[in-house]
Design a protein around this ligand. Sequence first.
Ligand code: PRX
Length: 683
Amino acid sequence: MAQTGQEFNVDDKKLHEIVHEADNVVPRPTPKEFFEKQPHKSLQNFSDYEKLYRESIENPDKFFGEKAHEFLSWDHDFHKVQWGSFKDGEIAWFLGGKLNASYNCVDRFAFATPDKPAVIFEADDESESRILTFADLLREVSKVAGLLQSWGVKKGDIVAIYLPMTPEAIIAMLACVRLGAVHSCIFAGFSAGSIKERIIDADCKVVITCDEGKRGGRVTHSKEILNSALKECPDVEKVLVYKRTGNPEVEMVEGRDFWWQEEADQFPGYIPPVSVDSEDPLFILYTSGSTGAPKGVVHCTAGYLLGAALTTRYVFDLQPEDILFTAGDVGWITGHTYALYGPLSLGVPTIVFEGTPAYPDMGRFWKIIEKYKATHFYVAPTALRMLKKSGEAEIAKYDLSSLRTLGSVGEPIASEIWKWYDEKIGHKCCHIADTYWQTESGSHLIAPLAGAVPTKPGAATLPFFGIDAVIIDPTTGKVREGNDVEGVLGVRSPWPSMARTVYHCHQRFLNAYLRPYPGFYFTGDGAGRDHDGYYWIRGRVDDVVNVSGHRLSTGEIESVLLENKKVSESAVVGISDDLTGQAVIAAVQLKEPELITDDESLLALRKKLRLHVRKVIGPFAAPKTIIIVDDLPKTRSGKIIRRIIRKICSGEGDSIGDTSTMANPEVVAKLEAEVEQQFGVKN
Ligand code: PRX
């Protein structure tokens, strides 16, 4: 049994025993038996879902008031369930209530089940894996919270966290919220420019990072990248550095940078959590929108935590005896909600995986599932596409019979991938949950309740409790009632876990989500509702591109390309890609095209532009293809027509339609020729 008060390394076999000591291995049931044996454990059947859903929409105060008491521990009860509306642009839930999220995720289980695994860390290098029990987690979180407190961090302060997917990321996040401070996690794949922008925007004085990270057998240079970002962040006073690799060459700035292991150990293993108001912010997470710099989406404590707990319980059917493996990163919302707050608020162990699905081979995910007997697995379709391509040999090596629910997130899952997931990974014995949601929604919006709501391959199915989903006609702004309708997806009334604002810019929040269709929340996605009332997500209708589940703003990439002095205009579009879902394609126009004409200089310029995007935003944002043109397609008023570029790059040049209203219709043929030359797409 894992020991309280101590972290340790263990070998595979032992880990197996620790996690599932009392488990009897039962033979895999046939699908029929499985469904008879494994209905949703919290609901009886589909009519239960329908009944609860109706209650949640007709009487949200009663429904969510009761759930908030059932799922969360309060220091002080709330007196009003909700307030405000989309029309007012202000929303609040559980008014008057006081609680602490770290207490809810750690203390209450550390006292009841101290030896139960809380964070199961699967390191990139398997031999470095370890388990933290709830008691361990309470101790580590308290120590870091004590340290941060000694640095003056207090309720309301925003602390930046630039850490890869390790237990330390979870400890750091919970340490902040223990003090009532707000965490702002910055994805470990972001480069210096993006880190700087986020630290400055949130006015962070303290940053938490590590010396280096380990991923896919390689070392990532977290501190070095942060050091370069901090050159332009004069207000950062303290940096806490977790020694992950111990490379002595990592540069520490005296008086500013401190080693986590040396400092935290001086603080007690328990400090009391600070009680905060329901609506006090829990975290900020930056995400890309159609316009401008990334938005710091603000989530508040009680509503967010309730949404995380409820969806994890009801959608995934995650029960106390289960183990959840969310293969997402804490740098994104999936890691926040379903690697940390959802499972831990239910007292369920979460598997934190540092590596990649392809290292040391394509069987890594399956090996992890077998090793820890994970009951739930949650991943983006982009990884499934890659794993499907790699064949079945690696899957066959592992026993995946512990699995009960398989989740998908981040982008539409094609029905062919859905079926592969169901057959090859779930062996037709698992519930498949395609979960549609967003950074801003905090938790699932549309998703089946595993074992209670029948599924259709490729459909996100039906809305979660409290989500009054609507399909809006984008031209009239009117709601399309009934079934068999297409349009943009909106929500009619507030739900507890929705974002409340964009950090220090409420106007941006209103403009992006509440003003486009007054009276509704606008998701930015197109969707259809079929004859059964099931929702099918079609993808973004704004200038957001989804590459391997990473959400990118085309506008942001365009402005980075414009930083090159040779570029006069740029247009970025997303086109379908077999592996990554969508790929970024950039078309750039040069200031003096006559100066760069030979192939070698053009190649060098493309390389330079791609590298610049990698450096400023991150490797995942680098355009797959850069087309250099004399002129971009424009309207008579001078607006770039991205639709034409998208169509040509997708090989759909035939369907461009009427070009007579363009200012420069002659560019279409030129663009087609350039695209054909660049990546062989014939229109
Ligand atoms: O376009 C939708 C797509 O991802 C967007 C949200 O991205 P982000 O805030 O980064 O959060 C990703 C993880 C929740 C959505 O607007 N998206 C997310 N899940 C799905 C999806 N598209 C289709 N099906 C999904 N299941």
